[in-house]
Design a protein around this ligand. Structure first.
Ligand code: BGC
Length: 779
């Protein structure tokens, strides 16, 4: 519990009265989930809790923060990030976070350890259920909304896991070897946006190393990028047990080691300062930040209020409604029609739902709705019969007798039920033991017993709707071709059973869209050949081509694309207008009209992608998500949807220029119902950023020629070097021109007939500088 202490005098952020030992003690935890207090200086302790989709409470709040993974006190289990990602609804994420904050505050918890905003590089990552998406923009919008929702309610966020923590295999040691462009454009992008815009109180540094340097000791990541470039003003805390060398970590910018080490590493800090190995100012800076953090936390709402458990359960259900993704619905199998007769609900997962993943994020729910109970409640008189169909390893079936039956007997019973029913709702999914923090999967298949059952049930009754429960993507090919309806239910939190029943019976019109691609095969995934690495290193060989960016670039077929999700109604898109705003016209306003062309109210998530520009200096994915908006429409209703794109939306990160850069040229702006259902597209010409590069002899002929000042100057030299009346020169021969294009100018200058002699290159370079602001496009 945060101690109720008088606030320390303002304007004394790093109290000079603190001893060296007290200062060192502040930079590590006092317990597993509590920071160190210095009561004599009015510095309170801060109690922390996982995170991210509900609280993992200590059994009794106030017990010093000791938490047992399996015995936490009840808290509302909201839909985990895998599901929330499919809502594409930042406002919903904000409300959910607000409710989590209210529960935190009631229990005296000042900081919630989340959101987790790592990118889903591979569907195999064991922790994908804790992350939102394979796309950085969607991740930033949802993760940022969670930060706002928590912090508006006075509870701090810990943005995690910074950075490039995209696998569980060897997570405590592995080095993610990532080139600068994918690092900036994919893996740091959401961190950057959220830090700049939403100002989280804290960032949690990840276990792994990046490009060989452990993140907790990585000055570039923790100080140069996070603080100097992005202006982060909170604290960096380590992931639990992520610090190897405490003094090096402090020096790199890590303020707080978690959990505490009983004073052992504090003594190392004291010794390093005393011996002159660690600058005392480094420790003071960390202490200043930690004191500011503790005071921020102390001003949070008072503990001891009651939690609105029922209200939060309802909110968890409403959130789950928005997360369900209708993948397929041929011949209108869904919504179920109660008038048609018996519905066979088959699958242990209908009765023993999976609703969250395992590990540090595991919440003990306040209650749990099962899909089977909720289907029975909503069936409006239709008969709902149940058969478990398969064993669920690691589950806790309510009917122990069923678990004892062999697989064949369970399947036989289910097939009999399927044949005797009008429609089958078949619950399939991953058993709990398949996915957790701490390890990755090595395949994406459903369990064999379930696939065998599916085959038999489908032969007995073709009217099958498959409902999936899974925290990481599962393979749906080829079986999804053989059933008329598929619902992706992810892990939906404690009220997810009701949401599935509402979608199946049509009380809720589904509007979730995939936040990650469902591939045809694991082998198709862009990271397949370099996941999870070997001998302590994982090379992010696919570069920026992560998720749909990679499938699109290779034009490979997928089972269900990023952004896909059906509704019980249909939408028409029309009238796309793209208007350039601001300097250079790279800030864009995209407007279009969406019409509900079906006969039910529905919500559509409109996705705006960009592609291009043609002739880009770097390899660009065919399309990248740049914005999105959702609209709820009554049957026949039309509404204008407007999405503003900031100037930096079109930028790529240039390692050579060490900065973001908008290239000039013609871009394609697309409006789609998914990344592969592009309904409208328009072209827009954008003026590029001036180049920050200086031309030199090491630039190629092509780069010189593209340069707005250097190009004409060089062409002039070529023209002047040719004798009057001479025939065509080297630059007039297309093959020769291409041949020379890739050569640096200082190499060309050595050729006997070069129009620019070696000593002329420097002179030319100076001329370019002098001629003005050296504002090239691609130099
Ligand atoms: C996880 C973090 C979590 C922390 C505290 C670590 O193992 O990686 O996400 O917040 O434990 O439970």
């Amino acid at each position: 519990m945060t101690q109720q202490l008088p606030p320390a005098p303002a304007g004394d952020p790093a109290p000079s009265r603190l001893s060296l030992a007290e200062k060192a003690s502040l930079t590590s935890g006092a317990g597993d989930f509590v920071t160190t207090a210095v009561p004599s200086a009015g510095i309170p302790a801060v109690t922390l809790s996982d995170g991210p989709h509900g609280l993992r409470l200590p059994k009794e709040a106030g017990d010093g923060g000791q938490v047992d993974l399996h015995s936490a006190a009840p808290a509302t289990c909201f839909p985990p990030a895998v599901a929330l990602g499919s809502s594409w609804d930042p406002e919903l994420a904000r409300r959910v976070a607000g409710a989590i904050a209210a529960e935190a505050a009631a229990h005296g918890i000042r900081v919630v350890l989340g959101p987790g905003i790592n990118i889903k590089r591979s569907p195999l990552c064991g922790r994908n259920f804790e992350y939102f998406s394979e796309d950085p923009l969607l991740t930033a919008e949802l993760g940022g909304a969670v930060v706002r929702g928590l912090q508006e309610a006075g509870v701090g966020a810990a943005l995690k896991h910074y950075a490039a923590n995209n696998q569980e295999t060897d997570r405590m040691r592995v080095s993610a070897d990532v080139d600068e462009r994918p690092l900036r454009e994919i893996y740091l992008r959401a961190f950057e946006r959220i830090v700049r815009r939403d100002r989280p109180w804290s960032v949690m540094s990840s276990y792994n190393a990046v490009n060989g340097v452990p993140v907790s000791e990585n000055t570039r990541l923790l100080t140069d990028i996070l603080r100097t470039e992005w202006g982060f003003d909170g604290i960096v805390m380590s992931d639990w047990g992520a610090v190897r060398d405490r003094v090096t970590a402090l020096r790199a910018g890590l303020d707080l080691q978690m959990p505490g080490t009983g004073g052992r590493t504090d003594r190392e800090v004291v010794a390093a300062v005393s011996a002159g190995d660690l600058d005392a100012a480094v420790l003071d800076t960390a202490v200043e930040r930690l004191v500011r953090f503790a005071r921020r936390a102390a001003s949070a709402p008072p503990a001891g209020r009651t939690v609105a458990a029922e209200e939060h359960h309802r909110l968890a259900g409403q959130a789950a409604d928005r997360c369900v993704v209708l993948l397929k619905n041929d011949a209108g199998l869904l919504p179920l029609d109660p008038a048609r007769g018996t519905v066979a609900v088959i699958g242990e997962l209908a009765r023993t739902p999976r609703y969250q993943g395992a590990g540090s994020s595991q919440v003990t729910p306040t209650r749990l709705d099962t899909p089977l109970d909720r289907l029975r409640e909503l069936s409006a008189g239709a008969r709902v019969d149940f058969a478990p169909g398969y064993p669920l390893p690691g589950g806790t079936p309510q009917d122990a007798a069923a678990e004892a039956l062999p697989e064949d007997a369970l399947a036989d019973e289910a097939v009999r039920l399927a044949s005797a029913s009008d429609t089958v709702v078949l619950f399939l999914g991953l058993p709990a033991q398949d996915e957790s923090e701490g390890f990755d999967r090595d395949h994406i298949d459903l369990p064999g017993a379930q696939l065998r059952l599916l085959e038999r049930v489908r032969s007995a009754n073709p009217r099958v709707c498959v409902v999936l429960s899974n925290g990481g993507v599962v393979r749906t090919a080829p079986w999804h071709e053989t059933v008329p309806a598929v619902v992706e239910g992810w892990l939906l939190g404690q009220a997810g059973g009701g949401a599935l029943a509402r979608v199946l019976f049509g009380a809720v019109n589904p509007s979730g869209k995939l936040a990650e691609t469902i591939p045809l095969r694991l082998e198709d995934t862009p990271s397949f050949l370099s996941f999870p690495g070997e001998e302590g290193r994982v090379r992010y060989g696919e570069g920026v081509f992560v998720g749909y960016r990679g499938y699109d670039a290779r034009r490979s077929e997928v089972a269900f694309p990023f952004g896909h999700g059906l509704s019980y109604t249909t939408f028409d898109y029309s009238g796309l207008r793209v208007t350039a705003r601001g300097e250079g016209g790279a800030a864009l306003t995209v407007a279009l009209t969406v019409t509900n062309t079906g006969d039910r109210e529905g919500r559509e998530v409109v996705q705006i992608y960009s592609g291009g520009p043609a002739g880009s200096a770097v390899a660009r994915p065919p399309r990248e998500l740049r914005g999105f908006a959702s609209v709820t429409l009554a049957p026949g209703e039309s509404r204008e949807v407007v999405v503003d794109l900031a100037r930096d939306a079109l930028a790529y990160y240039s390692p050579r220029e060490a900065g973001w850069r908008v290239e000039g040229g013609v871009y394609r702006i697309e409006a789609g119902a998914s990344s592969r259902d592009i309904r409208l597209s328009a072209e827009v010409t954008v003026a590029g950023d001036p180049s920050r590069l200086r031309l030199s002899g090491r630039n190629t002929l092509a780069e010189w020629l593209r340069h707005p000042v250097g190009g004409p100057l060089l062409m002039d030299r070529f023209a002047r070097a040719r004798p009057e009346g001479a025939g065509p020169g080297a630059m007039d021969d297309p093959v020769m021109r291409k041949f020379l294009a890739g050569m640096p100018l200082d190499v060309i200058s050595e050729f006997p007939q070069s129009p620019v002699p070696p000593e002329g290159v420097a002179e030319l370079t100076e001329l370019v500088e002098a001629e003005g602001e050296n504002r090239g496009q691609d130099a």
